[in-house]
Write a protein that binds this ligand. Structure first.
Ligand code: SF4
Ligand code: SF4
Length: 220
């Protein structure tokens, strides 16, 4: 009797409520606009690296998971504009709490966070991303590691946006889109409450609701 009563409750609830789960991983929910995922090291359109090896990101990181060592740019073959570049750059994802403070601290927008967060490490070394793994490819997009699970266009518009404040730090820039164009991504459309200067060319928007195409490219 008690069993029938229990099933009765279940049956009454079935069909009453909208399903809140999705059949992951075949279907994925749209990610929040400002989700903090794994980082990329960005480059300029001419291929130069944006990182100048200043170590501000490492200094501000509360989890102490960034290791940077700067080096002098070779005068005849510079890696970045200016005197210095990031010679060594590592992030330990066993410790990162994705607080974004490193992104806030970076004076050149060299480091930003993508929306990519699905990775499964088989060993500790894979969890420590090297500079080569973090650096965007020639197309300006994140390199896909073999242990990362993201597909299709999930990396679209995930970079160079995850700062809460303006790049200049001036309060009169708050609420304005003030990002420079970025290799492979362009400039994202403004969010609610933001305006965009007319001289900024925005990147086209892409659907990111669900992604079914699997791409197991390993690019390192
Ligand atoms: S997101 Fe936060 S914890 Fe992660 S590397 Fe940046 S500053 Fe450190
Ligand atoms: S990522 Fe930015 S803050 Fe970190 S060392 Fe490079 S330029 Fe400096």
């Amino acid at each position: 009797m008690g069993l029938a009563k229990g099933f009765g409750v279940t049956l009454r609830q079935m069909g009453k409520k909208k399903r809140v789960t999705v059949p992951y991983p075949e279907e994925k929910r749209a990610k929040p606009q400002r989700l903090h995922g794994r980082h990329v090291l960005n480059r300029y359109e001419d291929g130069m690296e944006k990182c100048i090896g200043c170590e501000l990101c490492a200094g501000v990181c509360p989890a102490k998971c960034i290791y940077v060592r700067g080096g002098d740019n070779p005068p005849d073959n510079p890696v970045s504009p200016g005197e210095r570049f990031g010679f060594t750059y590592e992030i330990n994802y066993l410790r990162c709490i994705h607080c974004d403070l490193c992104v806030e601290a970076c004076p050149t927008q060299a480091i930003t966070e993508t929306k990519l967060f699905e990775f499964s490490f088989a060993n500790r070394q894979d969890a420590i991303y090297t500079k080569n793994e973090l650096l965007v490819g020639d197309d300006g997009r994140a390199k896909r590691m073999p242990w990362e699970y993201w597909r299709g266009d999930e990396d679209d518009h995930t970079s160079a946006w995850m700062r809460a404040t303006s790049s200049s730090g001036r309060s009169d820039y708050e609420g304005r889109v003030n990002w420079s164009g970025e290799l492979g991504f362009g400039v994202r459309a403004p969010e609610d409450g933001q305006t965009v200067d007319s001289n900024i060319a925005l990147a086209p928007t892409h659907a990111t609701e669900s992604h079914n195409g699997h791409n197991a490219k390993a690019d390192h």
